[in-house]
Design a protein around this ligand. Structure first.
Ligand SMILES: NC(=O)c1ccc[n+]([C@@H]2O[C@H](COP(=O)([O-])OP(=O)(O)OC[C@H]3O[C@@H](n4cnc5c(N)ncnc54)[C@H](OP(=O)(O)O)[C@@H]3O)[C@@H](O)[C@H]2O)c1
Length: 264
């Protein structure tokens, strides 16, 4: 997909990965509608980018927030690309996750991209050769202790992406799935950073994910998993999950200790 003069709706634009994607998309000639809840952050971001870009402050986990974005998009005409990037995370053993926190994470990471895509679909279909990119995670292919609800949302998003791609196969609209591994942004709490450091997990800078997005779009690659060995583990988990069970069981005591530690 050539991004020159393409109109792109980017959710979670003010976050770590969102800001890096915004810069990369603008460098490729795209015009952006930046979405997040904090209008001040979005305004600052829009002003820092070359060219004219709009922004919309909206809570995408609510119907009202999605309505606000829909109205702005309708006023702007067809949309070439929707990037469902807004998301949250939770690192806690299941007994320490509140019912409300679980419901809210599912609403933001899974229900919101499904409902937003459904709402914006007529605008996406009216653009020629448009696309949708769902930002998943390595944890959308590997069930990881301490991240059960987060994994559920990203596995769900991965399945949704595959089904939607097949459903829209005769429309010209392409559906992509991009799965970053651990990335250095504010989504990760001190506990998650401590876990990555103790287990020696690689952590990418957000620019690595932005670069992967551009490459994926240029090559029309439907699925992209960022990083090695995460790419390999995602495949292994699909084929031989018992091997991954055994490797993760060796990490379980560390994961539980850090998940339950005082440091937030
Ligand atoms: N960083 C990682 O390690 C990592 C790894 C794999 C996958 N990912 C995925 O990458 C995506 C981006 O994550 P990130 O690391 O860039 O996180 P981040 O820095 O925390 O950014 C999250 C973004 O989502 C927006 N957002 C949060 N709640 C929202 C809501 N209810 N309505 C609208 N916007 C909302 C935030 O803006 P406001 O707070 O202003 O609303 C912010 O722009 C997520 O889908 C995440 O799951 C991240």
């Amino acid at each position: 997909m050539d991004l020159k003069n393409k109109k792109v709706v980017l959710t979670g634009a003010s976050g770590g990965i969102g800001q890096a994607m915004a810069a990369a998309l603008v460098a490729s000639g795209a015009r952006l509608i930046l979405v997040g809840r904090n209008s001040h952050k979005l305004e600052t971001l829009a002003a820092s980018l070359q060219g004219e870009h709009s922004f919309v402050a909206a809570d995408l986990s609510t119907a009202q927030g999605r309505d606000i974005l829909f109205d702005v998009c309708v006023a702007n005409g067809p949309i070439d690309l929707l990037i469902n990037n807004a998301g949250g995370s939770a690192f806690a053993m299941i007994e320490d996750q509140s019912e409300q926190a679980i419901v809210e994470l599912i609403a933001l990471n899974l229900s919101a991209p499904i409902l937003l895509t459904r709402r914006l679909l007529p605008l996406l279909l009216s653009a020629k050769n448009g696309g949708i990119v769902n930002i998943g995670s390595a944890f959308g292919a590997i069930g990881y202790p301490g991240f059960s609800t987060y994994c559920a949302t990203k596995f769900g998003l991965s399945g949704y992406t595959q089904a939607l791609r097949r459903e829209l196969a005769d429309t010209g609209l392409q559906v992509f799935y991009l799965a970053p591994r651990a990335t250095n942004t504010a989504i990760n709490s001190h506990r998650v950073s401590a876990l990555n450091s103790e287990l020696g997990n690689a952590v990418d800078e957000p620019e690595v994910v932005a670069k992967a997005l551009l490459k994926q779009l240029q090559k029309n690659q439907i699925n992209c998993y960022v990083g090695w060995p995460e790419k390999f583990f995602a495949r292994l988990n699909g084929l031989l999950p018992k091997l991954v069970d055994s490797s993760l069981s060796k990490q379980l005591s560390i994961i539980r200790r850090i998940a339950k530690s005082e440091k937030g």
